[in-house]
Design a protein around this ligand. Structure first.
Ligand SMILES: [Zn+2]
Length: 348
């Protein structure tokens, strides 16, 4: 059994940094082990132009306190983007791509797109510039069961996007179902990010005895054992098309993450790589962790692989219940449970 592993420094391809004091607190957790993070643009005022993107990127980098930490920003796609600015920002690598939120699919997605066909011109621009379309792949309609939203999105929208823009690079974010895994595996130019929580929880952990555990509630909602197994297999064994994206999404525990105002989102960045390492170890696949955490992502985004290494030591640790600082109090994912790896150091 291994007591220590050394991997190329990871990146997190899907994180929510939020704003204000929350941003100050969570940035240091994401920059703790990662060299780069894709910072999701669904802030209270979504990031839709080059100036907002530069400001947000600089703000996160400043708060990380690290010279080489980099926040990568996708544009929040809407039906009324300034197309010239969008093209300019893609061309100058201010935007890494575009993020599609179907309307009302998750936190602050009320600015999202109602009719996806109406932004096909934007997909065309992304395709031409060889930039990536990142997708929150859920169709939120009253006749669709919450557990089937990913499947319906794939059937009714993604299939058509894939067919219409064959060279467009797509990331299906936080893949949550066996159906989603299968779509990524069987189509070209598409990859998927996988969160730790979708590989650790099933719906019984969220909805039990007619009560909702608000700290396990996220979008897309976690699903069945079959889906969890499929995600684990995709990450651990089939993994050239899948990479690390925590979707770490903090909410303040006192006023927001309670039953009467249920907010979707799980905060995992304080223990992200440790959780992934524990999962890969359970699957006897530790030798594949580095591909998932540090190689597949940059390859898909046409970026260099990082040149530093991260060493993890085998050491049990109980995850504390909260991340607390100043006025911020966030419930940690996996609170009070044991994880088996600890970050030892970063080295060149
Ligand atoms: Zn997210």
């Amino acid at each position: 059994m291994k007591n220590s592993i050394k991997i190329i420094q990871p990146d997190d391809w899907h994180v929510h940094f939020r704003e204000g004091e929350m941003l100050n607190v969570v940035t240091k957790y994401s920059s703790r082990v990662n060299r780069r993070c894709i910072a999701m643009p669904n802030t209270s005022t979504p990031i839709t132009n080059s100036i907002e993107a530069i400001n947000y990127k600089n703000l996160i980098q400043k708060n990380s306190g690290k010279n080489n930490f980099e926040a990568l920003i996708p544009c929040y796609l809407t039906d009324n983007l300034d197309i010239d600015d969008f093209e300019y920002a893609l061309h100058n690598n201010i935007f890494i791509g575009g993020k599609l939120y179907p309307n009302n699919a998750t936190t602050n997605s009320q600015y999202g797109v109602n009719d996806i066909k109406k932004i096909y011109n934007i997909f065309e621009i992304l395709e031409k510039q060889n930039k990536t379309l990142l997708i929150h792949g859920e169709l939120n309609r009253s006749d669709i069961d919450i557990f089937d939203r990913e499947k319906y999105f794939i059937d009714e929208e993604l299939y058509q996007i894939r067919k219409s823009f064959k060279d467009l690079k797509i990331v299906l974010e936080h893949v949550s179902s066996d159906y989603g895994v299968d779509f990524v595996k069987t189509n070209i130019n598409i990859a998927g990010t996988i969160t730790p929580h979708h590989m650790l929880l099933t719906k019984e952990d969220v909805f039990k005895d007619e009560e909702i555990n608000p700290h396990h509630y996220c979008m897309p909602v976690v699903k069945n054992e079959k889906d969890l197994t499929s995600l684990r297999n995709a990450a651990c064994f089939n993994n050239s098309k899948f990479f690390l994206g925590t979707d770490s999404a903090p909410h303040h525990v006192v006023d927001k993450k309670q039953n009467d105002s249920l907010k979707a989102g799980i905060f995992s960045s304080s223990n992200s790589i440790e959780l992934y390492a524990s999962i890969f170890e359970e699957e006897n696949a530790l030798e594949n962790l580095e591909k998932f955490s540090s190689i597949n992502g940059p390859k898909f985004y046409n970026l260099d692989v990082n040149d530093q290494y991260l060493i993890l030591d085998k050491e049990d640790k109980i995850v504390p219940e909260y991340t607390e600082e100043g006025n911020i109090k966030i419930k940690n994912f996996y609170a009070n449970k044991k994880i088996h790896w600890k970050v030892a150091q970063l080295e060149v």
